[in-house]
Ligand binder design. Structure first.
Ligand code: KG4
Ligand code: ZN
Length: 365
């Protein structure tokens, strides 16, 4: 007999994206029915980073329309006959479980999503599951087949976190190393600010680096930056020294040329990006030699970086043993709720009642 698919409404508000998705799990198959994201980039741009209090207010304004849209898109796809402007409350009829990001993240932002999700669960008497945001990033690699095999080596690179993990099963994730200071994405954001490239820094730096190629000058070898902790013998990372090294380099180059030219600025961006990639890839490959995983998975916002996706792929290909390589679809690299729903679908044994769910800004994996 065929079992009924489990339908999950997932909500994510840990930082500056208000996101909702509907995900189904049918046996071993995961399906994303809707994935809605309201980005706050335009709001935070003028501050050069996320302004926590404003982020919380924006979540409050966006959460109902975003959840309603995620449910409506599903209704439309499934041709259920309810009026398009039906209340979220009625659309919840088809939902079996609510999944909510409970941390880590900005506490004000987390609380909006957590309280909204708890209220829905209470009102509709639905089971709810609290999901770690980082676990969500990991499961962005389970959005499409072939799914990773265990043991899987996971590299998470986001704006708030950078770390290497060995995932032996869905319930066994061992931390190999993490950043001791700044996350890689944070370094991208800070260096972009320093070079006047705008926010968010990751895509801004990647665009600038793409221009270097069109300048047809060989620049990266002239601007040497430290590859911090690459040979530290462990799997920890450090990016704050690199950021300071970029600052000194910019000062030195500005002294020589008075003003940093566009070409020099792009060259610094290129050298910085390559340095970060060398560290991330170097550590991942070192871990691959030690732990011999069957799969290597990249995830987190910085996994949207095309050079990182490509260069890590080449490095994995050169490994002596056959190792599959997984990257999330680009739209699931940065924060979204579909990844939270997918993570929930593999941990349905952890569903609970609304009053057991609490936000934790410093939640560990
Ligand atoms: O995972 P994410 O959306 O949020 C956190 O959980 O932190 O990651 C956001 C980070 C930002 O630092 C952003 O600059 C970076 O991901 N990012 C990128 C790219 N796209 C986003 N970094 C490098 N290259 C990109 N293309
Ligand atoms: Zn994230």
């Amino acid at each position: 007999m065929k079992s009924k698919p489990i339908k999950i409404l997932a909500i994510e508000t840990s930082c500056d994206e208000t996101a909702a998705a509907v995900v189904t799990k049918n046996g071993g198959d995961v399906n994303i029915l809707s994935n809605i994201i309201a980005s706050q980039i335009n709001i935070h741009k003028k501050y050069g980073g996320v302004f926590p209090e404003i982020a919380s207010r924006a979540h409050t304004e966006k959460i109902i329309p975003v959840v309603e849209r995620a449910l409506n898109v599903t209704r439309y796809k499934l041709r259920v006959k309810t009026p398009y402007n039906a209340l979220t409350y009625n659309l919840l009829r088809n939902i079996d479980v609510i999944a909510i990001t409970i941390g880590p993240g900005l506490i004000g932002s987390l609380l909006i999503g957590v309280n909204f999700a708890k209220t829905l669960a209470y009102a509709k008497n639905l089971p709810i599951i609290g999901i770690n945001h980082l676990l969500g990033h990991i499961y962005s690699n389970w959005a499409k087949k072939p799914y990773p095999m265990f043991p899987a080596l996971i590299l998470i690179v986001s704006g708030g976190h950078t770390g290497l993990y060995l995932m032996k099963s869905h319930n066994n994730i061992q931390t190999l190393g993490e950043t001791l200071d700044d996350a890689a994405g944070e370094a991208f954001d800070k260096v972009a600010k320093l070079l006047g490239l705008g926010y968010p820094g990751g895509p801004a730096i990647a665009d600038e680096v793409a221009k270097v190629k069109s300048y047809k000058v060989k620049v990266t070898s002239d601007i040497k930056l430290p590859r911090s902790m690459l040979n530290s013998g462990d799997y920890n990372f450090s990016f704050s020294g690199l950021k300071t090294a970029v600052l000194y380099k910019v000062k030195e180059l500005s002294r020589i040329t008075c003003n940093l030219s566009r070409i020099t600025s792009a060259a610094v961006a290129a050298s910085f990006q390559q340095t970060v990639l060398d560290i991330l890839i170097g550590k991942t490959i070192q871990a691959a030699y030690e732990f011999k995983p069957k799969s290597i998975c990249l995830c987190g916002g910085v996994s949207a970086n095309k050079e990182l996706r490509q260069q890590l792929k080449m490095a994995v290909k050169k490994l002596p043993s056959k190792t599959s390589y997984h990257i999330p679809p680009i739209e699931l690299s940065t924060d979204n709720a579909a990844m939270i729903g997918i993570a929930a679908s593999y941990h349905l044994d952890q569903v609970t009642k609304w009053d057991n769910i609490h936000a934790n800004a410093n939640l560990k994996l």
